[in-house]
Design a protein around this ligand. Structure first.
Ligand SMILES: [Zn+2]
Length: 236
């Protein structure tokens, strides 16, 4: 009969542990961390995207300017080569203007090249950031799934232990169960095994008379020191 009482206590201990587990972490901490990282990466992604758009506008701008300047150069060259009236003043001023424009054109072409390189770099960064976002999102959902699976498992364990207790209680005489519950509510546990004359509830040696009572199966026997039930054979 004592085994049944101890079994109730073991099941109560399982419930206590499970409830404690339900209160702690369960992956919530790492989920928060992933979520923070995701938000940060999202900001980074947005900022790269903004830079890309700005870059694109600048490229268009430079290309427009380049087209205009190329047309101007062509038209001035036309003037220079087709209308040769040996007007030295005009020739000089056209040559100077073309020279300036060619140099400006080269400058714009360099700028355009630089912007194109930047665009390539930004596109690469955007790709990496996008991949990272997908990974983080997948990690988050995986964590969430694991966490809810854990919670379900713990709740199942609690239910199982509660059912075990109910089943065992049905097999224990009411008087003994009441006494046990009363002791349990005071001490936390109401029953303890005896090992070589020592009560495992309080780790103290019990008296020879008590041991004698246990050996002779004399009703409910209590520990001399802590009062826990240490034997309860032949009780009906
Ligand atoms: Zn004791």
């Amino acid at each position: 009969m004592l085994d049944l009482l101890v079994e109730i206590q073991d099941n109560k201990e399982i419930i206590k542990k499970c409830k404690k587990e339900l209160k702690i972490d369960l992956g919530i901490h790492s989920m928060k961390k992933i979520k923070n990282e995701f938000e940060q990466e999202k900001e980074k992604y947005k900022s790269i995207d903004t830079k890309l758009k700005e870059n694109k506008i600048e490229i268009e701008n430079v290309e427009n300017k380049l087209n205009i300047i190329k047309q101007e150069i062509t038209s001035e060259e036309d003037k220079l080569y087709r209308n040769l009236k040996y007007d030295l003043k005009l020739i000089n001023s056209l040559e100077k203007s073309i020279e300036l424009k060619v140099s400006k054109m080269k400058e714009l072409e360099e700028k355009n090249l630089k912007l194109l390189y930047e665009e390539e770099e930004l596109l690469q960064q955007k790709g990496c950031s996008g991949k990272r976002l997908i990974t983080l999102k997948a990690d988050f959902h995986k964590n969430k799934k694991t966490s809810s699976e854990k919670i379900i498992k713990i709740k199942q364990n609690i239910e199982k232990a509660q059912q075990n207790i109910l089943d065992i209680e049905k097999r224990i005489p009411k008087e003994l169960l009441d006494k046990f519950n009363q002791l349990s509510s005071i001490k936390g546990t109401g029953a303890a095994r005896l090992s070589e004359g020592v009560c495992l509830g309080c780790k103290m040696k019990v008296s020879a008379m008590t041991i004698d009572n246990v050996k002779n199966h004399r009703g409910i026997v209590y520990c001399d020191n802590c009062g826990r039930i240490i034997s309860c054979n032949k009780i009906s």
